[in-house]
Design a protein around this ligand. Structure first.
Ligand code: PMT
Length: 226
């Protein structure tokens, strides 16, 4: 990405997993390491943007220069995303693996294995807010990018998310593969927008972050000009 091409612009990203607590020591989550979102945040910094990175719990350091908003749950990620975009935002990229459901009534104390058999064997779940869709519905962002984590019918399922969430571009990855996707240093993606589908071959997430951001910037510029 050309240095300085995003100077004066505001980029907000989500990355990593969310954790939805069952009790103070148990939670529902997923394998996201944050690497894909962090690589994009680093690329946006190199391009000169003002970057807010809203991150679930991960084990990697935030790129120098980002404003890091650390969150745990989907509800916290939603509040942080709405706050970070409230004053307007040029590009929003949702790379986080947000838990779709959370325990309906998290316990305030650690559940005892025997006494809590009912709660732990039949966990009641309620749906979490959709962070990306809520940000899209707030109409504060010029260009909205989502990811789609799929295990089958990659392009079809991703395309339906593009329309359902009201966004400009979806980056689809096949998370049934272990050599890319969740918790890998590599990824391979399909970029699907309202005009075309394009493949970016398997490469390190660091490098892919640069290429992906360049593709996003081109599309954002095109949307602004029209
Ligand atoms: O973190 P890594 O280990 O580097 O792995 C990267 C990744 C596989 C997590 C990443 O590339 C990826 O695919 N992220 C999206 C994972 C996901 O939750 O996809 P989804 O198809 O369930 O969601 C579609 C989109 O809606 C995503 O942009 C997601 O951030 C967003 N979403 C989903 C649910 C929800 N409640 N709120 C959301 O904002």
């Amino acid at each position: 990405v050309a240095a300085g091409i995003l100077s004066g612009t505001r980029v907000v990203l989500t990355a990593g997993p969310t954790r939805e607590y069952i009790d103070p020591v148990r939670f529902v989550s997923n394998e996201s390491s944050g690497r894909m979102g962090y690589a994009l945040a680093a690329a946006a910094i190199s391009a000169g943007a003002e970057v807010t990175l809203i991150s679930g719990p991960v084990g990697i350091p935030a790129p120098d220069g980002v404003q890091l908003a650390s969150v745990t749950s989907a509800e916290q990620m939603l509040q942080a995303a709405l706050a970070a975009t409230a004053e307007g935002c040029d590009i929003f990229i949702a790379a986080a693996a947000v838990a779709d459901y959370r325990p309906a009534s998290p316990a305030g104390q650690k559940l005892k294995k025997q006494a809590a058999a009912a709660q732990l064997s039949q966990l009641q779940l309620v749906e979490n807010p959709d962070v990306l869709k809520s940000v899209a519905d707030s109409h504060k962002v010029t260009y909205l990018v989502g990811f789609a984590a799929e295990t089958e019918q990659l392009a079809e399922h991703a395309r339906s998310k593009l329309t359902r969430k009201g966004i400009d571009l979806i980056v689809a990855n096949d998370v049934s593969r272990t050599d890319i996707g969740f918790n890998s240093d590599f990824n391979e993606v399909l970029l699907i927008d309202h005009e075309q589908t394009q493949r970016l071959e398997r490469q390190s997430k660091t490098q892919l972050g640069q290429y992906l951001l360049a593709e996003i910037v081109t599309r954002w510029q095109h949307k602004q000009a029209n």
